[in-house]
Write a protein that binds this ligand. Structure first.
Ligand SMILES: CC[C@H](O)CC(=O)C(=O)O
Ligand SMILES: [Mn+2]
Length: 337
């Protein structure tokens, strides 16, 4: 079996849970620990990828290039990766990230829109970077559509194509079916990224591995959007019991989680009613905090906003709809009172 390679996403996906307030010191300390534990890849960026620091997505406390630079300085084993959503991040952002030492880029699109990744993947390849096509909200596409879009990513030069369960909405049989179909249709590596909103992140990740995924995401202490991702140290322990080699030092990951990451988290990671609603309704995990703020502002139940967003199939890039939906629901409530 090809060795499984884990990408740690707490310094990118976890940026959502940290309201994009990471400091250089926090990034240095976490990277130091991940590097010592021999995690192959560490993703660092705003939660919405390069260029994500905006009023729409949330302003970063620290310029992400400074965070990436700090991570590159601390990592002599781990490779630093960045995420880029075409339309939010630009080719210029990509070149800048590469110049300061990013070795891998994950170009993320909605699951039916792989074609917008072409120029970013091609540019990254020309720069000599490792390339990943990251198909978000994979639960929304039937198997044949996912395969079609993954093939596009492969044709643009992606070394790996991920099925991304952005909403943490997929059930184990869906993961098995989708990963198997990708494995059968593609020659490049297959990856899987989970969110734990339905409590299935580790189980779904194991289903993905069983059906051929060799690139897997995790976040230490589950520091990711919504209820977080597959918790890296838990995943490493489970895989060790299954005799699947990750190359990661379990004790070092546990110590990092407990001593460095837990103390800086804004809240303990758990499946709250809103995280659970994300998975139940199939809504982007990064929408949780936006929906909670809108609910407070309009004095309505955040779960109603999330359910409505799910019904309308609102996807990443449409964050402004969260406030629109909240305002509409508040108005409806007034009419019916
Ligand atoms: C908004 C980008 C998103 O957080 C990427 C990701 O991790 C996902 O879709 O799960
Ligand atoms: Mn994610």
């Amino acid at each position: 079996m090809t060795q499984l390679k884990i990408t740690e996403v707490a310094l990118r996906d976890g940026s959502h849970a940290m309201s994009h307030q990471y400091t250089v010191e926090q990034v240095r300390n976490i990277t130091k620990g991940l590097n010592a534990a021999r995690v192959p890849y560490i993703e660092v960026a705003h939660g919405d990828g390069l260029g994500g620091s905006t009023i729409q997505y949330g302003l970063s406390k620290t310029d992400e290039l400074k965070l990436i630079e700090a991570a590159v300085e601390e990592a002599d084993f781990s490779k630093i990766a960045v995420l880029l959503l075409p339309g939010i991040g630009t080719i210029q952002d990509l070149k800048e990230a590469h110049r300061i030492g990013a070795k891998m880029v994950r170009v993320a699109t909605h699951v039916t829109e792989a074609d917008v990744a072409k120029q970013h993947l091609e540019t990254a390849k020309n720069l000599g970077m490792e390339t990943v096509g990251f198909l978000m909200m994979s639960h929304m596409a039937p198997v044949d559509k996912l395969v079609e879009q993954a093939k596009l990513m492969e044709s643009y030069g992606a070394d790996t194509v991920y099925a991304v369960d952005s909403a943490g909405a997929m059930l184990p049989y869906e993961v098995s079916e989708k990963i198997k179909a990708l494995r059968d249709a593609l020659t490049v590596n297959i990856g899987y990224h989970a969110h734990n909103n339905l409590g299935l992140a580790i189980g779904n990740t194991l289903a993905a591995i069983e059906h051929g995924a060799t690139r897997i995401d995790g976040s230490v202490r589950a520091l990711g959007a919504g209820a977080g991702n597959a918790q890296t140290e838990v995943l490493v322990a489970v895989l060790e019991k299954m005799e699947v080699e990750t190359g990661i030092d379990l004790y070092k990951m546990m110590d990092l989680a407990e001593e460095v990451v837990a103390p800086i988290m804004q809240t303990t990671q758990e499946i709250t009613k809103d995280s659970l609603t994300l998975g139940y309704a199939g809504v982007y995990s990064s929408f949780r905090l936006h929906a909670e703020r809108a609910a407070k502002k309009f004095n309505i139940d955040s779960r109603d906003i999330l359910i409505e967003l799910g019904k309308r199939e609102i996807v990443g890039g449409q964050e402004d709809m969260i406030v629109d939906v909240a305002a509409e629901l508040a108005q409806k409530n007034q009419v019916t009172v």
